[in-house]
Design a protein around this ligand. Structure first.
Ligand code: SF4
Ligand code: SF4
Length: 257
């Protein structure tokens, strides 16, 4: 089975020496976001903001997520992970996420190859998770009706209905889903639905000492998420798939995929 890590590793090979398509992300001006917010005026809709300019790659979020959601700790599967992007002076880009970054980035040798500081143009970290898409392809392809979207915009998996066919895993353009080896069902980030619906923060937000991650109703004028996306330029990943992701990034670099 091709794991997310394999994919990222393969991506490393393809990215090297190639121009990164700008369509890998889409920048939204605050005015554009205003119409999106208005479209949800009748009902509450959860959304997430990730400020990449603040992330230091400590991985506390990924670790906390595993513990909170009882994802087998040593298994190479995770609901949220952090990617490291290293752009070299020759134009190559290295992307890695060892163990999903649950132990942070402790060495400067992606895939066992040492990278010297003088070779690097820039380096930064990008936390990723399920994008809780408005048009989730995972829901569309599930033949068992096990994957569904809640009224407030969160895609969930009903484990009692999941037959483990993996269609949702292969059809998620964000590689956000995986096969849980304990439950033998599809699994992914739920925005910690069991916590946020009780007024708590997600486990990853509580664990991040740098305020990188935020959750709130996209159409609640009092939520920090609303204030950010209606006043600052934010971006989403892979808009070309038409899923309308609801994880919005601040400070996202054009080389991010
Ligand atoms: S990111 Fe993937 S798993 Fe999450 S809602 Fe979108 S299609 Fe489904
Ligand atoms: S805990 Fe915060 S700073 Fe650390 S890796 Fe996660 S998002 Fe980045």
């Amino acid at each position: 089975m091709v794991t997310r890590r394999d994919f990222i590793k393969a991506g490393l090979l393809t990215v090297a020496g190639m121009a990164i398509p700008i369509s890998a992300l889409e920048m939204f001006k605050p005015e554009a976001m205003a119409s999106l917010v208005r479209s949800f005026s009748e009902k509450k809709r959860w959304a997430f903001v990730v400020d990449t300019t603040k992330c230091v790659g400590c991985g506390m979020c990924a670790k906390a997520c595993k513990l909170e959601n009882e994802i087998p700790f040593e298994a190479e599967v995770q609901r949220t992970w952090v990617e490291r992007y290293i752009q070299l002076k020759d134009g190559d880009v290295i992307i890695d996420s060892p163990k999903g970054a649950r132990e942070g980035f402790t060495s400067n040798d992606p895939y066992g190859h040492e990278v010297k500081d003088e070779e690097i143009t820039k380096q930064f970290y990008v936390p990723k998770l399920c994008n809780q898409c408005e048009k989730p392809s995972c829901v569309q392809v599930c033949p068992a009706g096990a994957t569904y979207k809640t009224e407030d915009g969160v895609s969930l998996v009903d484990r009692s209905w999941c037959i483990g066919c993996g269609y949702c895993i292969t059809n998620c353009p964000y590689f956000a889903r995986f096969f849980n080896p304990v439950t033998n069902t599809a699994d992914k980030c739920t925005f910690c639905y069991h916590r946020i619906t009780k007024g708590k923060q997600t486990a990853c937000i509580d664990a991040c000492a740098f305020g990188v991650r935020k959750i709130g109703y996209i159409n609640d004028p009092n939520s920090e998420v609303f204030k950010i996306i209606s006043s600052k330029r934010v971006a989403v990943l892979k808009p070309e798939y038409g899923n309308e992701p609801h994880v919005f990034y601040l400070g996202l670099d054009q080389i991010v995929r």
